[in-house]
Design a protein around this ligand. Structure first.
Ligand SMILES: Cc1cc2nc3c(=O)[nH]c(=O)nc-3n(C[C@H](O)[C@H](O)[C@H](O)COP(=O)(O)OP(=O)(O)OC[C@H]3O[C@@H](n4cnc5c(N)ncnc54)[C@H](O)[C@@H]3O)c2cc1C
Length: 236
């Protein structure tokens, strides 16, 4: 799958059957209640075989963690069951061509127009790009306020004006696709705002705190494919 850049639908089905997508989510929202540590342990094991395959439930969790942290009860009830069952995949869209390590430099705007936000901009390096159903997108709803204008919107695939650009050629984790996302006058209902306007950076920092154990567990799984070592007892 890695060599051929195959995004495996069979593997998705296996994940769904095993409850992988809901491993970290509370039982009241349809998950298994395992939390972030449990998820990281699962990713480590999966990454011994194929880190790209581990990235798909990883990205779905990463995309959904800000929603889980900042959403209203109604939003959680609306999105969590399909997230936990794996019926709908999520992705996380923060990085832009000119905003990587310095996420506050992001240029994607979302300007309020009645009951909608009108989104314009480009994201790149987005994991599970094109395959995910929901994208948690970092936008600026008040560019004059700089980093204090950053907000998070959930944008559904298929919304008019939302398209996919370049697919990245990678040296690894190739069974998970990495895409550019393009937003051209995309009208997003105001109900898809997570938390409050202008507090996006705080939610993002909290999200990265939650997601880092999972991110680190993948290279750990790659690094130690045969851990713990099964050495033959030394000859006496
Ligand atoms: C395979 C892959 C999948 C990804 N998936 C996602 C995803 O799903 N969603 C998403 O939003 N993003 C994703 N990313 C983007 C990732 O988060 C960024 O690549 C990362 O934030 C770094 O940004 P950059 O690539 O623009 O590098 P830069 O920020 O340009 O950094 C380049 C180098 O400069 C160094 N550097 C930067 N600033 C400083 C400084 N002030 N002082 C000293 N050194 C500095 C960095 O450490 C780095 O070595 C993905 C990236 C990859 C490669």
């Amino acid at each position: 799958m890695d060599a051929k850049e195959t995004f495996s639908k069979e593997m998705l089905e296996e994940y769904r059957k095993s409850g992988m997508f809901g491993l970290w989510i509370a039982e009241e929202y349809g998950g298994l209640g395992g939390g972030i540590t449990c998820l990281a342990m699962a990713f480590e094991e999966l990454s011994r075989g194929c880190a790209g395959l581990a990235l798909t439930p990883g990205t779905s969790a990463l995309g959904a963690i800000p929603m889980y942290l900042a959403a209203t009860k109604e939003q959680r009830e609306k999105w969590c069951p399909d997230l936990a069952s794996g019926k709908k995949l999520w992705a996380f869209a923060l990085t832009e061509p000119e905003a990587g390590s310095d996420a506050t430099a992001l240029k994607t705007t979302a300007i309020k127009d009645g009951d909608f936000y009108v989104v314009n901009g480009t994201k790149h390096f987005i994991s599970t790009g094109k395959e995910a159903d929901f994208y948690t997108v970092a936008v600026n709803t008040n560019p004059s306020r700089g980093a204090r204008g950053i907000s998070l919107l959930v944008i559904e695939k298929g919304t008019p004006g939302f398209s996919f650009g370049k697919k990245e050629e990678k040296m690894g984790i190739r069974s998970n696709p990495t895409y550019e996302l393009i937003f051209e006058n995309v009208r997003v209902p105001k109900e898809n705002l997570l938390g409050s306007e202008g507090r996006g950076l705080l939610y993002l920092q909290e999200t990265l705190d939650y997601s880092r154990p999972g991110s680190l567990s993948r290279p750990w799984g790659i690094k130690w494919p045969n851990w713990p070592p099964r050495r033959k007892p030394a000859a006496r």
